[in-house]
Design a protein around this ligand. Structure first.
Ligand SMILES: C[S@@+](CC[C@H](N)C(=O)[O-])C[C@H]1O[C@@H](n2cnc3c(N)ncnc32)[C@H](O)[C@@H]1O
Length: 397
């Protein structure tokens, strides 16, 4: 296999690390607790190298595809990562490991005017193989609560933000979100408190590589508060440790579990969704809306046959020729549709701590086995809260 970039970790370096690792495991058997400091240092270094490899791969995608605008590269990259992680089983922490052919990626590259989209596609897949092969033991360590290591994560405040850095990789987060993540980490109780900042750093590093228009935008907390108060809805089917409002949520990456994530919505068993009320705000990716709709309608059929009350509050952009919307609008479970006009409602961006005015229309669709689950009062309250989230949220303090 030929991968012609200089950024990938050399296999010699890795195999030396691996030999050292084996030695340290043996050392631990003899000397007990001493092992942690040394062994974990190795893992930490490997983790940083893996992340730098991922960042370089994303940059290289833009260079090879000759896409000048950062936002456009992000869109292609984020759709690729999110779709593969959502729909196919993945063996590694971040990059896809499945072999499913991605026609959409080729089409997107073609649309951006790439001369040779197939070559770029092959380059991405081959690079994933190489990078993933070098992080096998890392994944196992991470999943058992193991990112300790001696490379420190440093923190400093800048206005309303906190900046977390490790070995030259830095990202910022509003202090309120940082604190919220701290509470979630503690509640989950899966890893020691003294390494909390390493996990927070890891999560914001991973998600900043996916932060792109509409993929991480959240329903304002004022709306969420109404849904909870009125319908007992406190589960988000699409979220991250950064943008979840509730402690009950599903998300993309396995390491999100350290912040209480219940895992990937598409891989969660049906038994999680037999009754109750769920908020559904998928990333704005057409294929994910289609898959989500198929799953939700199937779950509603099952609940209806079992005589259970099940409701999904589904947030959708108002797109043209949108088959997911047609499927939803035609079903007998579609109890109410609330339309929010373009330029008159807001989403919230947790990574910056600001509201974003939507330039498109949004539909809030109630899909339920209970025909009376949303009345006129509730509809009115939702509209006000979406359109004036700043004023409305003060009512809940
Ligand atoms: C539009 S944001 C939703 C933000 C906020 N939680 C809400 O519900 O308003 C979509 C979120 O879903 C996450 N996501 C993507 N694929 C997912 C999957 N298969 N399962 C669960 N969450 C996923 C994304 O990373 C992103 O954080």
């Amino acid at each position: 296999m030929h991968v012609s970039t200089g950024f990938l970790i050399s296999s010699t370096t890795l195999s030396i690390d691996y030999v050292v690792l084996l030695f340290l495991r043996h050392y631990e058997a003899i000397y007990g607790s001493k092992r942690n400091e040394i062994h974990i240092f190795i893992m930490n270094k490997q983790l940083i190298m893996h992340i730098k490899g991922i960042q370089d791969l994303r940059k290289e995608l833009g260079v090879r595809a000759n896409i000048k605008r950062e936002g456009e590269v992000s869109k292609i990259w984020a759709r690729w990562i999110i779709t593969h992680r959502s729909l196919f089983k993945q063996d590694y922490m971040y990059l896809p490991s499945d072999t499913e052919y991605d026609y959409q990626l080729l089409t997107e590259l073609q649309t951006k005017g790439c001369d040779n989209p197939k070559a770029i596609y092959n380059f991405l897949i081959e690079s994933c193989l190489v990078l993933n092969a070098k992080c096998g033991s890392l994944k196992a360590e991470m999943e058992s609560g193991g990112i300790h290591g001696s490379l420190p994560v440093t923190l400093h405040e800048e206005g309303k933000y906190i900046i977390l850095s490790c070995d030259g990789i830095s990202d910022k987060l509003p202090i309120s979100v940082y604190k919220k993540m701290g509470r979630m980490y503690k509640n989950a109780g899966l890893a020691p408190e003294n390494i909390k900042n390493k996990y927070i750093w890891l999560i914001i590093t991973f998600y900043s590589l996916l932060d792109c228009k509409g993929l991480q935008w959240a329903v304002p907390s004022a709306v969420m508060a109404i849904l909870k108060q009125d319908m007992g809805c406190d589960v988000e089917l699409f979220a991250s440790p950064i943008n979840s409002l509730h402690m009950n949520y599903y998300s993309l990456f396995p390491q999100d579990k350290y912040f209480g994530s219940r895992g990937n919505f598409f891989h969660a068993p049906d038994s999680h969704f037999t009754e109750g009320t769920f908020q559904v705000n998928p990333p704005f990716i057409v294929s994910l809306f289609v898959k989500t709709t198929e799953r939700i309608l199937d779950l509603l059929e099952k609940a209806d046959s079992a005589g259970k009350n099940l409701t999904f509050i589904y947030i959708m952009p108002e797109w043209e020729d949108f088959s997911a919307y047609d499927m939803v609008a035609e079903t007998r479970f579609c109890v109410r549709q609330i339309k929010l006009e373009a330029h008159q409602h807001y989403y919230y961006q947790y990574s910056t701590g600001g509201y974003i005015k939507a330039r498109f229309g949004t539909l809030v669709i109630f899909l339920s086995t209970d025909m009376k689950c949303c009345g006129n009062e509730l509809e009115r309250a939702i509209k006000i809260a979406f359109c004036q989230p700043f004023n409305y949220s003060s009512l809940f303090r």
